[in-house]
Design a protein around this ligand. Structure first.
Ligand SMILES: NC(=O)c1ccc[n+]([C@@H]2O[C@H](COP(=O)([O-])OP(=O)(O)OC[C@H]3O[C@@H](n4cnc5c(N)ncnc54)[C@H](OP(=O)(O)O)[C@@H]3O)[C@@H](O)[C@H]2O)c1
Length: 337
């Protein structure tokens, strides 16, 4: 079977090597998945570049996100049968409740991921897919989808009619936009590329601001909305101050990134923070039960993800390159081998 593996420490995309191995048969509690499609997340580029906080295993098969069918099961498997359509869970061992240090293994980082013809998964690491999704669509939810879902759900979930702010048009932001609309919220979106404004409106954004044209967009948003109730902050240093200004007095910011590619960190401006009772929190993607809850909502609403571009398996490096240049709208997908 063909798989890409991350080899060596340096070299960027040259580290991504195609390897041919024998197909592994699943152990007693494992399933063998024929991978039909995968997709990229920002963390995959950080793992490639050696900037991800969790150290990847040498020679790992990259990518947390993938969809495929079960083609063989071990003798003791009870959750799945041959023919089931499945995807993997990001923190494979985190089933429910709070995460702890024993549960940090991640697909495509410390555990082999999806960028291969087949993936062998413990049956506890996988979940069933909604039927309305094709393989490309089904391969996009594990990381970005669940992160957006976790940011928008839980005890402090925004209520129908409240304002949610999403930043840009990456994977997390577009899922957050779609899920917030499902929940009956109003959505404000900002983008660094004005030409994407119409597409954000077409996805349901009630208010869109191009940040290059309106650098003080925080105050504009605050005036227009009465204050943002929840911000899914994917911009980091470039956007955090304006997000804080845009927030309502008791607003909440789920801060998903604190550093940009140049190493600059988010700063909290004292003058703004002193006037604010905003809660700043974060999430770590989510557990398997969160993934199941999200996919149940996706199935009920027949929600489809936004796909930017699909690359053939043989052009995985091109897919990474396209994703890394930054001008995307939705998910970058790689076809199965
Ligand atoms: N903690 C967690 O669990 C977790 C999980 C997943 C992701 N994350 C983090 O969340 C971030 C987003 O992830 P992703 O996979 O969605 O990334 P992505 O696909 O790379 O999203 C990047 C988008 O951000 C927008 N952007 C960049 N600069 C901007 C600016 N100055 N103003 C407004 N928008 C700007 C761009 O959209 P426009 O072209 O429209 O401006 C770009 O498409 C990453 O930093 C990632 O590491 C954290």
């Amino acid at each position: 079977m063909q798989s890409y593996r991350l080899e060596g420490q340096d070299g960027g995309l040259d580290r991504l090597a195609m390897r041919e191995d024998a197909v592994v048969q699943p152990g007693p509690r494992q399933i063998l998945m024929r991978v039909r499609a995968t997709s990229l997340n920002r963390r995959d580029t950080m793992i490639l570049n050696g900037t991800y906080p969790l150290t990847p295993r040498a020679g790992i098969v990259p990518l947390s996100d993938g969809a495929g069918e079960v083609v063989a099961v071990g003798d003791d498997v009870t959750r799945f049968a041959v023919g089931d359509r499945v995807t993997g869970s990001y923190f494979a061992r985190w089933i429910d409740g709070r995460i702890n240090a024993g549960l940090i293994d991640q697909l495509g980082c410390t555990l082999d991921g999806m960028l291969g013809e087949y993936a062998v998964l413990d049956e506890q690491w996988a979940v069933r897919l909604p039927e309305h999704l094709d393989w490309h669509e089904a391969a996009t939810f594990t990381c970005a989808g669940l992160t957006a879902w976790s940011a928008l759900t839980g005890a402090d979930a925004p209520k129908p009619g409240q304002w949610v702010l999403v930043i840009g048009s990456g994977g997390v932001a577009l899922f957050a936009l779609q899920f917030a609309k499902l929940m009956g919220c109003r959505v404000a979106a900002v983008t660094s590329r004005a030409e994407k404004s119409d597409r954000l409106r077409a996805l349901g954004a009630d208010l869109v601001i191009a940040t290059a044209e309106t650098p003080d967009w925080g105050m504009k948003l605050r005036e227009a909305t009465g204050g943002i109730d929840l911000t899914v902050e994917t911009g980091g240093p470039a956007t955090f101050m304006q997000s804080l200004i845009a927030s309502s007095l008791y607003g909440r910011i789920v801060l998903l990134t604190v550093q940009d590619q140049k190493g600059r960190s988010v700063e909290i401006p004292a003058a703004v923070y002193q006037r604010s009772l905003v809660t700043i929190g974060r999430v770590f993607v989510g557990s398997r039960s969160g993934l199941e809850a999200m996919l149940a909502a996706v199935a009920a609403h027949r929600l489809k993800p936004v796909i930017d571009k699909i690359f053939p398996f043989a052009e995985a490096r091109e897919a990474y390159r396209h994703f890394m240049q930054g001008d995307v709208f939705g998910k970058v997908v790689i076809d199965g081998a």
